[in-house]
Design a protein around this ligand. Sequence first.
Ligand code: FES
Length: 102
Amino acid sequence: MAKILVCGSSELQEGNMRGFESNGHKLLIARIAGKVYAMNGICKHQGGRLYDGELSGKSVTCPLHGSVWDVTTGILIDFYDNLPNEEMYPVVEENGSIFLEL
Ligand code: FES
């Protein structure tokens, strides 16, 4: 497992998200209630980029067809069909930087 620098802590403010690509992974990184989460950033429906969607609290809405996901768990919150959970990845925040373990 490699430890990969995402960005400085100050570059991800509370309630915000950003996309991040590394080693073929496309991830959504979000800070919710002070904690940083990393979720697979590609929608399990038809591949929408979730990090281009809208974040409200801990819910992100897919920009293509409106599925809603919990960015702290990867679980689908709302959609007309069942979809598998999005994968979650370990995040470490230390010394003013955010790192992923991929
Ligand atoms: S691609 Fe995300 S809801 Fe269809």
